[in-house]
Write a protein that binds this ligand. Structure first.
Ligand code: NYM
Ligand code: MG
Length: 225
């Protein structure tokens, strides 16, 4: 049986990375699990260092459209590795993926004065990721503004402002609505991330266990976007 492709999505300060680490340790106790964090800033990708300097250095200027394509390219750079892991029976946990890509770029379009306007189109934002492996399940860690703020505020990277985060939250809410109407997004689970680390971890484990036990799913090929 192949491994499961598990996506953990969420806003900054939702506890995503903590939960990804806990899930990986848990899965590693029974099976094998690899974690891919996007953007992948490591030397495993050619786009990672450019994205890192864009996020951390405000003087780096790139058109919004180009940045969007770079984030997608960064995922494409790891595609073969992800597929190879799954085929080898390893589970793959993704810390952010295409939904972050669409949400952050689209959120910018709601504020970016003077942008070409093309990024306002959700279809345009989704297009570069067409063909990437589709997660077997997506867990969206939802965190309200007050809880996020209480967790120590945002860092200093680009996008880590209240304005952008609020807009990103609105775009993610649209995915959640779509999940109830569009068959492609049925495997979307929204988890309230305001609970304790252990509570959230147990909830995630419960969801993942069901998919792990689904042999039919694990004997069928990985879907593509
Ligand atoms: N981000 C992440 C995007 O704008 N597009 C993408 O496709 C992805 C994967 O990068 N604020 C943004 C969201 C984050 C920022 O991510 C850095 P992280 O998880 O904080 O390293
Ligand atoms: Mg961050």
């Amino acid at each position: 049986m192949r491994g499961l492709l598990i996506l953990i999505e969420g806003l900054d300060r939702s506890g995503k990375s903590t939960q990804c680490d806990l899930l990986q340790s848990h899965l590693n106790s029974t099976t094998q699990a690899n974690l891919y964090k996007f953007p992948d800033r490591s030397s495993a990708t050619a786009t990672g260092s450019l994205l890192h300097s864009y996020l951390t250095n405000p003087t780096v200027q790139l058109p919004d459209e180009a940045v969007h394509l770079l984030f997608s390219a960064n995922r494409w750079e790891r595609q073969q590795d992800i597929l190879a892991d799954l085929t080898a029976g390893k589970c793959v946990i993704l810390d952010r993926y295409v939904y972050s890509g669409i949400s952050f770029t689209h959120a910018k379009s709601l504020s970016a004065a003077g942008s070409s306007g093309v990024i306002a189109s959700l279809d345009w934002c989704a297009a570069p990721d067409i063909g990437l492996p589709q997660p077997d399940l997506t867990i969206f860690l939802e965190v309200d503004e007050d809880t996020a703020a209480r967790r120590g505020g945002y860092g200093a990277e680009r996008y880590e402002t209240k304005e952008i985060q609020t807009r990103v939250r609105q775009v993610f809410a649209r995915f959640e609505k779509l999940a109830n109407t569009d068959g492609k997004l049925q495997k979307w689970h929204t988890v309230n991330a305001a609970g304790s680390i252990e509570e959230v971890h147990q909830t995630i484990r419960g969801i993942v266990e069901e998919y792990l036990a689904n042999e039919t799913l694990r004997k069928s090929p990985v879907d593509k976007f």
